[in-house]
Design a protein around this ligand. Structure first.
Ligand code: GDP
Length: 330
């Protein structure tokens, strides 16, 4: 069990965890398959010091599909969390496949920024285009990372132009068109503003995320969280993941679930609150507004429902989940 103490605005867990941090960033990572998303996230984990030097990346951060299949569970969004300069960065994978009942929108709703990762030779491909158009529509201001610049056939200038055209074709506004760009190689562990400059580390990418992505908007008032993805765990049962919009959630707390039309789904008691720490999900004794967490304890609630304080009557605006999608989840 973690013990918490308050030192100013910092809250420090004196046991087990490295701490709950005052600063947060929630970002999505958008890439076409094979453009290097998994490799980049593994490197981000390594360089942010999540792994001790002699420790291996046991399971690739965003490649747990086999495990999911084996356990018969559906994890639709994968979240990795790294810490950089006392800021926790939650990185959410966006599925590249065709829309899945509003899933991409729901995932993008949890974040305040995005990294668009594009292969320096292949340029933006359909999966990137699809998710980028949704991200821009939701008002996000993505960071562009042109990856695999070590490829002999890299053509970063053309690729940059293609990305600019893609943004323009998606009706990006001036701010969105003025996107910051980094070049590099996730596999070789570096990103930089100058593709021909020194190839040092991923620090420029971390720093850019902290600078360019706003902290999560936090509303005041009672606890509310929009359930974004559903997982079934053999021990914990149903698990709903989402961003806490307001208030806080802790184990044992009484909550209710509201359907997006406002009708009551169920009253329930939270059995576990899981936060993302590196590649793992860790049980925590308190999660606060802004953070993306997974909650267990409900038996009926599902994606697009609002988990909230019993006093709340208005659900959060949700992209409703359509019946065919619902049937695919079970
Ligand atoms: P994902 O499908 O986007 O998660 O892509 P992966 O991270 O699995 O990478 C796909 C392939 O690209 C793998 O063979 C990687 O080794 C390779 N790759 C990843 N990053 C780089 C890079 O920076 N440069 C080069 N040349 N290859 C890379």
């Amino acid at each position: 069990k973690m013990v918490r103490c308050k030192i100013g605005r910092h809250r420090i867990n004196t046991l087990s965890d490295v701490g709950v941090f005052m600063e947060l960033r929630n970002i999505a990572i958008i890439a076409h398959v094979d453009h290097g998303k998994t490799t980049l996230v593994d490197e981000l984990l390594k360089q942010s010091g999540v792994f001790r030097e002699n420790q291996q990346v046991a399971e690739r951060a965003m490649d747990s599909n086999d495990i999911e299949r084996e356990r018969g569970i559906t994890i639709l969004a994968k979240c990795t969390s790294v810490v950089w300069k006392d800021t926790r960065i939650n990185i959410i994978d966006t599925p590249g496949h065709a829309d899945f009942g509003g899933e991409v929108e729901r995932i993008l709703n949890m974040v305040d920024g995005a990294i668009v990762l594009v292969d320096a030779s292949e340029g933006p491909l359909p999966q990137t285009k699809f998710v980028v158009s949704k991200a821009l529509k939701q008002g996000l201001r993505p960071i562009v990372a042109i990856n695999k610049i070590d490829r002999p056939d890299e053509r970063h200038q053309d690729v940059l132009n293609d990305i600019f055209d893609l943004f323009a074709n998606c009706d990006a506004n001036d701010e969105q068109l003025d996107f910051p760009v980094l070049y590099g190689s996730g596999r070789n562990g570096w990103m930089a503003e100058d593709p021909a400059g020194p190839q040092e580390s991923l620090a420029p990418l971390f720093d850019l995320v902290l600078r360019h992505v706003p902290p999560p908007k936090v509303d005041t008032g009672p606890t509310r969280m929009l359930a974004t993805t559903l997982t079934a765990d053999p021990f914990l049962g149903r698990i709903l993941t989402g961003r806490i919009t307001s208030g806080s959630i802790k184990p044992n707390q009484a909550l209710k679930a509201l359907h997006h039309d406002g009708s009551l789904v169920e009253n329930f008691r939270v059995s576990k609150v899981l936060a993302f720490r590196g590649l793992e999900m860790t049980s925590v004794d308190l999660a606060e507004a802004g953070d993306i967490v997974a909650i267990a304890g409900m038996s009926e609630a599902t994606v697009a429902d609002t988990l909230c304080d019993p006093e709340v009557s208005e659900p959060l605006a949700a992209q409703p989940i359509d019946p065919p999608t619902l049937s695919m989840l079970f």
